[in-house]
Design a protein around this ligand. Structure first.
Ligand SMILES: Nc1ncnc2c1ncn2[C@@H]1O[C@H](COP(=O)(O)OP(=O)(O)OP(=O)(O)O)[C@@H](O)[C@H]1O
Ligand SMILES: [Mg+2]
Length: 331
C-alpha cells in the first residue's frame, strides 16, 4: 500500500475584497476608509492523495479548483485547516519542498518570450543546482519523451501554442519533481496536441510514479488519465471517488436502439415489459439499467427477430456538466 503524499484537513480560504460605493463620493470615502468584506471561497475541504495517484479536480468556473492547487503549492496561505504535501507545510516554501513539486498553468508561462526555450531550460537547471552535464541529459530525455527537438532553439515568441506548451513542460520538469500540479494544461491545444500531452503525462506517471493533480474542462483529459476525481462545487467537495462509479451514479441507465426485422416483433417487444423511450415503425429505443444490460440484451436477442442493435453511451461531458452547474447536487 502506498503512503499518503498529500494530506488536507478542514481547509478553508477566504479572500478580502474591498468594496467601494459608486461615484466620486464613494471613491473619496473609499480612499480614507477602505471597507472590505471577506469571501469564503474554499469551505472546510478534506482529502488525501496517495503517492503515484492521478487525481482530476472537476468543477464549474469559479468553483475553487485553482485556489486549492495554489494552496497545495504554497502560493497562497490557507485561512483555516492544515495541508501537508510530502511532509512539508507548502506555504513555508522550503527549498527541499520546491524541489519536489511543480505547478503548470495552461494560461500562464514561465519561459522567457525572446529567448529560445533551451536557454530558459539551462537557466532553470542552474536555479535548481543541476550541473550542465546532468541538465543536458535531462533535456535530452524530456525532449525525446515530448518529441520536440529543433524548436528548442527558436525564440519562444515564434513557437506555436503546442510547441510552447511542450517547452513549458520541460522547464517545469527539469528538476524531476515527483508531485505535479497541472491547472488546465491542455487549454487551447488542438486535439492531437492534447492527446500527446495526455500520453506524456501517463508515461511520466508510470516511469517515475509521480503524483499528479490535474484540473481540466476537457473531459477527455479526465477520463483518460484519472481513475479518481474530486468534484468541487462552490468551494466544497461534493464527490471524491472513482470516476467510473461517479458516472454510474449519474447515469444509471443506457439507451439501446433495437431495429426489429418486422413491425410485429417490434409490437411484441413494446409490450414485453421493457421501459420504452420511443418507437417508430420497427425501431424501438429502450432504457436499460446499467446492472442488467447483459441479461436484457440476451433476452432481446433470444426472443425477438433483430436486424440491428445500437448502444447509445450518454456523452460524459453532458452528464458531468449537469452536476457541476447545480449547486446542491445530491450524490
Ligand atoms: N485573489 C483573489 N481575490 C479574491 N477572490 C478570488 C481570488 N482568487 C480567486 N478568487 C475567487 O475565488 C473563487 C474560486 O476561484 P478559482 O480560480 O479557484 O476557481 P476555478 O475553480 O479554478 O475556476 P475556473 O474553472 O474558472 O478556473 C472565484 O469566485 C474567484 O473569483
Ligand atoms: Mg481555475
Amino acid at each position: 500500500m502506498s503512503k499518503n503524499i498529500i494530506d488536507v484537513k478542514n481547509l478553508s480560504k477566504s479572500f478580502y475584497i474591498s468594496s467601494k460605493e459608486p461615484g466620486l463620493k464613494g471613491t473619496i470615502k473609499h480612499f480614507f476608509r477602505r471597507k472590505s468584506t471577506s469571501l469564503k471561497v474554499i469551505k472546510n475541504v478534506s482529502f488525501e492523495i496517495k503517492e503515484g495517484e492521478i487525481v482530476g479536480f472537476l468543477g464549474a468556473n469559479g468553483a475553487g479548483k485553482t485556489t486549492i492547487l495554489k494552496m497545495l503549492c504554497g502560493l497562497i496561505y490557507p485561512s483555516e485547516g492544515s495541508i501537508l504535501v510530502s511532509g512539508y507545510l507548502p506555504f513555508k516554501r522550503k527549498e527541499n519542498f520546491l524541489k519536489k513539486i511543480t505547478l503548470i498553468m495552461g494560461q500562464k508561462q514561465q519561459l522567457i518570450w525572446d529567448l529560445p526555450p533551451i536557454e530558459s531550460l539551462y537557466l532553470n537547471a542552474s536555479i535548481y543546482d543541476i550541473d550542465k552535464f546532468e541538465a543536458k541529459r535531462r533535456i535530452k530525455k524530456l525532449s525525446e519523451m515530448l518529441e520536440i527537438s529543433d524548436e528548442l532553439f527558436i525564440p519562444v515568441r515564434k513557437l506555436s501554442l503546442g510547441q510552447r506548451m511542450k517547452s513549458e513542460l520541460m522547464a517545469a520538469l527539469i528538476h524531476e519533481p515527483n508531485i505535479l500540479f497541472l491547472d488546465e494544461p491542455t487549454l487551447g491545444l488542438d486535439i492531437n496536441a492534447q492527446r500527446n500531452l495526455r500520453k506524456f503525462l501517463e508515461k511520466y506517471n508510470k516511469e517515475t510514479n509521480a503524483t499528479i493533480c490535474l484540473t481540466s474542462h476537457y473531459m477527455k483529459d479526465i477520463t483518460s488519465l484519472c481513475k479518481r476525481v474530486i468534484c468541487v462545487q462552490n468551494g466544497s467537495i461534493s464527490y471524491d471517488g472513482k470516476l467510473d462509479q461517479l458516472l454510474k451514479k449519474l447515469s444509471p441507465v443506457k439507451e439501446i436502439l433495437v431495429v426489429c426485422r418486422s413491425e410485429e416483433d417490434a409490437k411484441r417487444l413494446e409490450t414485453s415489459g421493457f421501459s420504452i423511450k420511443n418507437k417508430a415503425k420497427n425501431e424501438i429505443t429502450i432504457q436499460i439499467k446499467n446492472d442488467s444490460i447483459t441479461s436484457s440484451l440476451r433476452t432481446i436477442i433470444n426472443n425477438f427477430d433483430i436486424e440491428d442493435l445500437y448502444v447509445n453511451e450518454p456523452p460524459i461531458d453532458e452528464i458531468i456538466g449537469k452536476v457541476l452547474i447545480k449547486n446542491d447536487y445530491d450524490f
